[in-house]
Design a protein around this ligand. Structure first.
Ligand code: PMP
Length: 393
């Protein structure tokens, strides 16, 4: 039986990691994989996470199962961080296996509610969105998003395309820090998106994987909060992997907002059911770290301060890279790097140019020219800038 399996195509980003490891050149630069790295190239355990783990170790008396939906303290604390305050009469939530698990469960929930659901997704998007939908056999359509000329958002294209989604369809939106482009909507543009969804009755699914990595914890949630208060039904898949730096703990949440208590209760029951079918109880350790931090003033303040350091480091690198490129190119055509937000920017280079960066300068980025800003430091920024110009980008 096992020999009947078809070989799966390997994940491109994971392949890139292997290629990078095998490269013996001094001074090679990895801008591929999507994890935060500090200027020393380390993905640190955050101070508050260490402190919370110690506290958990000292006080935890059991590791018996939690509830199917996860711990209420965790869900309340994290949903409050996302939404600002909790519309309890509308809110259903379950702890999930990372942000990925929340997205998967959200799509399953949508399909339970409407077996004919179609999903509208940005072009480009995080490749796993497409891969999960293809695996589930969910029909999806891409909406225009990235403007290759300006490296900003093709907002007219996006509006025209998402207006095609109808009642019972899902529109998948990145809440902030769009992956892979780094190009984001303004709040005014979000209002226009809301108006389109109000008219069509399509339901938004907001993927919020980088809250705190763009303009700040609250600023990055503004769009999600606007959508949440403006539309009757909203799905939100939030991840704690990046903002708490707990990638491997698999910590996330799926939130469903309904317009009736009946809808809320049905969503809550179905989401717990989906947890049960897929893995039973959600992982608890990461969730407990998050609730310990969010519910303790001192830990929370320290975590928020460290997250700000992370965010400002990335903004500093963006400014430095844009400035270097301004000098070297004698033009402002790379200023989009300064305007993009989050860990990524799409350079808009051709696959051949990306290949040249790899062969000529040992600089690794994803084939679509997505670079991880956090893979840089003050010393490697000038090296990258020079290589970008030399590669003819
Ligand atoms: N959505 C997007 C846009 C992402 O970039 C990621 C992580 N790369 C996720 C969701 C999922 O994150 P997690 O590791 O929590 O599953």
């Amino acid at each position: 039986m096992l020999t009947d399996l078809k070989a799966q195509s390997p994940d491109k980003i994971l392949m890139l990691i292997e290629e990078f490891k095998a490269d013996t050149r001094q001074g090679k630069i990895d801008l591929g994989v999507g994890v935060y790295k500090d200027p020393q190239g380390v993905t640190p355990v955050m101070r508050a996470v260490k402190a919370a783990e110690q506290r958990i170790w000292e006080t935890q008396t059991t590791k018996a199962y939690t509830g199917l939906a996860g711990e209420p303290d965790y869900r309340n604390a994290l949903a409050t961080m996302v939404l600002g305050d909790l519309p309890a009469d509308r809110l259903a939530s379950v702890a999930s296996v990372g942000g990925t698990g929340a997205i998967r469960q959200a799509l399953e929930l949508a399909r339970l509610a409407n077996p004919g659901v179609r999903v509208f997704v940005s072009n480009p998007t995080w490749p796993n969105h497409l891969s999960i939908m293809a695996f589930m056999g969910l029909p999806y359509t891409e909406y225009r998003y990235f403007d290759a000329e300006t490296r900003g958002v093709d907002f007219d294209g996006m509006k025209a395309d998402i207006a095609q989604a109808g009642k019972g369809d899902v529109v998948l939106l990145h809440g902030c820090c769009h992956n892979p482009t780094g190009a984001n909507l303004t709040l005014e543009q979000w209002s226009e998106v809301v108006a389109i969804l109000q008219k069509s009755g399509a339901i938004p699914l907001i993927d919020l994987a980088y809250q705190g990595f763009g303009d700040g914890l609250d600023a990055d949630a503004e769009a999600t909060r606007l959508v949440a208060r403006s539309l009757p039904e909203v799905l939100i898949a939030a991840s704690c992997s990046k903002n708490f730096g707990i990638y491997r703990e698999r910590t996330g949440i799926l939130i469903a907002l309904a317009d009736t208590t009946k809808g809320r209760d049905l969503a809550q029951g179905s989401m717990a059911f989906l947890n049960r079918q897929n893995f039973s109880f959600p992982p608890d350790h990461g969730a407990r770290i998050v609730s310990t931090i969010l519910m303790d003033d001192a830990l929370r303040a320290d975590w928020a301060a460290e997250l700000e350091e992370v965010r400002n480091t990335m903004l500093g690198l963006r400014d430095q890279l844009a400035a270097e490129l301004r000098d070297l190119s004698g033009s402002d055509r790379f200023d989009f790097i300064r305007h993009h937000r989050g860990m990524f920017s799409r350079l808009g280079a051709t696959p051949e140019q990306v290949q040249r960066l790899k062969t000529d300068a040992a600089i690794y980025m994803v084939g679509d020219s997505r670079l991880n800003i956090a893979g840089l430091n003050r010393d490697t920024v000038p090296v990258l800038a020079r290589a970008i110009i030399d590669a003819g980008i």
